[in-house]
Design a protein around this ligand. Sequence first.
Ligand SMILES: [Zn+2]
Length: 122
Amino acid sequence: MTEGHYCSIHNTVFFKKGRMRGYAHPIKDEKGNDTGEWCNEEDLEKVKNLEPKKPIPPPLQKDEEPLPKSKSQEIAEHVWWKELGEMIRAKDIDLSKPAGKGMRTAYYAQMLSVLDIKIENK
Ligand SMILES: [Zn+2]
């Protein structure tokens, strides 16, 4: 046995010749054909030195679900309702017309539903 120069991953003996930086062996596929890649003992040692690996921590902030798209949509909606409220208060919307009345009704319905949600979340 060539002690210390044996690849336990590929069950292959490492060898070193010519200008090779260190011990290595060509990686072969299941059929024994050359893959053109090399397995370097040096790299293997680096991997070994990294161990024992720290267990991967479970993903944190489980309650903080990032939903940037819907969040921005939500904000845009809030801005829209806020602007509508301001328009109603500034009488920019003609409440004598059905369209204006409809918008005011929708605005107050929205305000009520927002309040309801806030109460429910408490
Ligand atoms: Zn190997």
